[in-house]
Design a protein around this ligand. Structure first.
Ligand code: ADP
Length: 300
């Protein structure tokens, strides 16, 4: 299965240009859509799940067209929106049961089986009798993924799923997505948090001001920053000067004072050694040196 997005643009009624000439091909597995707030991710996700029409351009899913074959494509979709809300006063299992009926599972025995399977797979079976809106943030997000997976969707779209979660829940959610990506489906993960785009994403796109500025594997982004990530052994008084000169990615306490990790084409003024970049380093390097923008360290 393949999604082909061609020359897609979206201008809102007030004139805001949210997407400009977006071209992407998305195949089975996990696809990461990364970009700062305001980049156009939600707009693109909403178009993909048929909640909004593009101004120009087309989206094809194999030989189906998003505009022409909306109903067929809808039947293939699961969606976890950013502002996912529950109905008041439904127990966790009741909520999934309701979603399963909407998905057309009319046989109550089959529905129970499907609901139990989903509760197990997202680790909420023990919490099935709890009121859905009393669950913790992480549990709610996992319930969100369970509802998106009901009815065996072929395409699952997940918008900013880890925002606001504590580190433990964030890892748990990432693992859940990684497990899901083993199935033969397309998962589109939209996020502004670099750490969400893990090695389980076989492909990714970087969206900036409504344009795709990078579209390859995460490893290729890392490759671009090789030779440009440095570690400086610094004393207290040097820390501020380093921060003014270079984008700092990490500040780790050391014997001398600090190990400061920075991105730079060349290190001037401070001795340092090159280190192997990870995806976060690579993202900062790309934003600073290839896009020429100031990275502001936004994470949440
Ligand atoms: P992201 O999800 O990456 O944060 P969005 O798709 O929400 O980005 O927004 C992209 C751009 O479109 C932003 O400049 C935003 O202000 C604008 N935008 C989003 N929704 C609307 C809307 N309903 N009306 C007008 N402009 C909008």
């Amino acid at each position: 299965m393949k999604i082909v997005i061609e020359d897609l643009s979206k201008q809102y009624k007030n004139g805001n240009l949210a997407l400009t000439d977006v071209n992407l091909e998305i195949e089975s597995g996990m696809f990461g859509l990364l970009g700062p707030n305001g980049a156009g991710k939600t707009t693109l996700m909403r178009i993909l799940v048929t909640l909004m029409k593009p101004s120009t351009g087309s989206v094809k899913v194999d030989n189906l067209d998003l505009q022409r074959d909306r109903r067929q494509i809808r039947a293939m979709l699961g969606y976890l929106p950013q502002d996912f809300k529950f109905f008041q006063k439904l127990k966790t299992w009741e909520f999934l049961d309701y979603v399963a009926s909407l998905a057309g599972i009319t046989d109550s025995h089959k529905r129970k089986q499907e609901v139990d399977k989903m509760l197990e797979s997202v680790g909420l079976y023990e919490a099935r009798d709890r009121n859905a809106n009393k669950l913790s943030g992480g549990m709610k997000r996992r319930l969100g993924i369970a509802q998106a997976l009901i009815g065996d969707p072929k395409i699952v779209v997940v918008d900013e799923p880890t925002t606001g979660l504590d580190p433990e829940e964030r890892i748990r959610f990432r693992n859940l997505l990684a497990e899901m990506s083993q199935r033969d489906i397309i998962i589109i993960l939209s996020t502004h948090i670099v750490g969400d785009i893990s090695s389980t994403c076989n492909n990714m796109a970087l969206l900036n001001n409504g344009e795709v500025v990078f579209n390859q594997s995460p490893d290729k982004l890392i490759e671009k920053s090789k030779g440009h990530v440095w570690q400086i052994d610094a004393i207290d008084s040097e820390l501020e000067i380093i921060k003014q000169k270079y984008p700092v990615i990490a500040t780790i306490p050391s014997e001398k004072g600090w190990n400061v990790q920075v991105v730079a084409d060349q290190l001037k003024d401070f001795p340092g050694k090159q280190i192997d970049p990870n995806l976060e380093h690579a993202y900062v390097y790309f934003v600073e040196y290839e896009l020429g923008q100031s990275w502001n360290g936004q994470d949440d």
